[in-house]
Design a protein around this ligand. Structure first.
Ligand SMILES: [Zn+2]
Length: 89
């Protein structure tokens, strides 16, 4: 007896549901939405970079006068001093 792709999809999905705890309902779309919402909620606990506005999930950040920067933004701001040295008059 051959199964349709849709039936196979549901068999695979139900098996993965047992293995992977993130699936909770019988509706894959709702599961994804719940997962997405949980991810967004989890990101709210992180400090936000004042430059790019993204949650800072790295192990460290830069606190400059109370403004928080993620390592990526700090890297983009890092310059060689040579560029700023003025010629003697
Ligand atoms: Zn940033």
């Amino acid at each position: 007896m051959n199964k349709s792709p849709c039936e196979l999809y549901h068999i695979i999905w139900k098996k993965s549901r047992k293995v992977n705890g993130m699936y909770r309902t019988d509706n894959p779309i709702r599961d994804f939405e719940n997962y997405d919402r949980a991810q967004a909620q989890a990101l709210k606990k992180y400090p936000v970079c004042c430059e790019c506005g993204e949650p800072i999930q790295s192990d460290y950040l830069y606190d400059i006068g109370g403004n928080l920067y993620c390592p990526e933004c700090m890297e983009m701001k890092t310059q060689y001093v040579d560029k700023y040295i003025k010629e003697a008059v």
